[in-house]
Design a binder for this molecule. Structure first.
Ligand code: AMP
Length: 147
């Protein structure tokens, strides 16, 4: 079996992100693969629908700026080139699939909290990414900070 050539890492930029980043970087080093990262910003209009006519552009811009800064913080120490950092707007599962195909990723890495009960039934981003993925998906178990 051949090694993975291009790994795409999904980053939610939470405090736990570094656990998934470390694992993806270790895989990159072990396989000699290329590593790309993606963070998907969900538009505020998704959350608030179209019921109230509001202009979110200022807030959205600020969210973008902060996400870019956070991504830089995580990616610079790992020498991930600028062209391999994807910051896009949309739904995480959909955009991760899009970019994975666009760059020809053969492995997608995401974090998983291993939830139980209701939230498991409702699904998680890791589940969403697995369903419909055209390549392998690795769910890295993340430990919550409160445990
Ligand atoms: P969640 O199901 O929201 O706990 O997220 C699980 C994993 O999905 C995270 O560790 C990330 O790898 C990925 N993920 C979640 N949200 C995003 C996002 N907005 N952009 C990119 N990846 C994400």
């Amino acid at each position: 079996m051949s090694a993975y050539r291009h790994i795409l890492l999904g980053l939610d930029l939470s405090v736990e992100s570094h656990q998934v980043v470390d694992r993806a970087a270790a895989l990159r080093d072990a396989f000699g693969s290329e590593l790309s990262v993606i963070h998907v910003i969900e538009p505020l209009s998704f959350a608030y629908g179209g019921d109230i006519p509001m202009d979110f552009s200022g807030i959205q811009e600020e969210i973008h700026k902060q996400a870019r800064a956070h991504m830089t913080q995580l990616c610079d120490p790992l020498n991930i080139p600028e062209k391999n950092r994807h910051l896009v707007v949309g739904r995480p599962e959909t955009e991760i699939h899009h970019v994975a195909e666009e760059i020809g990723a053969d492995l997608v890495v995401v974090g998983s909290h291993g939830r139980h009960g209701l939230s498991l039934l409702m699904g998680s981003t890791a589940n969403g990414v697995l369903h419909g993925a055209k390549c392998d998906v690795l769910a890295v178990r993340v430990k919550s900070h409160d445990k």
